[in-house]
Design a protein. Sequence first.
Length: 99
Amino acid sequence: MLFDNPDALLICAFKREHALCDPDPGANAPRQYECRPGCGNAVRTDTHARLLRERADEIYQLSVHAPKPVGKRLRAHADRLRETTEAHFAAARPTEEWT
Ligand code: SF4
């Protein structure tokens, strides 16, 4: 079953046994508010990845104006989002390769 998760900019192809959001035993839906990076159930389209890159840029801009400890954490978060985006596009294949 697929669940749209616009806050995390992904689609969750929910399989409870692989979920990192710690759903209850027997749950048939994810705990999307606890969505975790690196979950094998996460699927991103190119649009999701582009929006994630934009979010990383926004967070980086916030970090520039934030006090040092907060800015450091914001930059680390922006870096993680960029890494996720880069991994998405590095793994992407043109549709011609699917046939
Ligand atoms: S961690 Fe996120 S992607 Fe993984 S099952 Fe939970 S909501 Fe879905």
